[in-house]
Design a protein around this ligand. Structure first.
Ligand SMILES: [Zn+2]
Length: 142
């Protein structure tokens, strides 16, 4: 039996449009992290192009960078994460897409570290526990 799904019949253009929407939604966790970090008294720069991967939050003097990763797009590999589930249809397409995202992430983090930077990745699902997240950020910023 052939399983048909909405995603299968989308044209390339519709698909990228759909992805743009999903990606835009992913800025929500980023905003939440920004607000929290600001509330904690840290001041940062945003998406500085001169740094590998354009980290979401950059602390230039401290040489620290924070990435906020949507669990779906960056394929959070934590077993307890339910947000990273693979789509059921068009698996090849998505796997390819995700593989590239994950590889890029790894490469960018490696490059930053080679430059002497510290990097913190905050996953979308980490936002559920603010107390713990605060603790993580505080430790990272020390
Ligand atoms: Zn997650």
């Amino acid at each position: 039996m052939i399983e048909t799904c909405e995603m299968d019949i989308l044209t390339q253009q519709e698909r990228s449009e759909r992805m743009r929407l999903i990606t835009a939604k992913n800025t929500k966790p980023e905003l939440a992290v920004r607000r929290l970090v600001h509330k904690m008294g840290y001041r940062y720069r945003l998406h500085r192009k001169e740094f590998p991967g354009k980290p979401d939050l950059v602390f230039v003097k401290k040489k620290k960078a924070i990435f906020v990763h949507g669990c779906f797009w960056h394929q959070h590999s934590n077993r307890s994460c339910h947000l990273a589930r693979m789509p059921k249809s068009n698996l090849d397409y998505w796997q390819d897409k995700f593989k590239r995202n994950v590889l890029n992430d790894k490469r960018n983090i490696k490059r930053l570290k080679q430059m002497g930077w510290s990097v913190l990745v905050i996953w979308q699902c980490n936002l559920k526990d603010e107390t713990r997240l605060r603790f993580t950020i505080k430790n990272f910023m020390k």
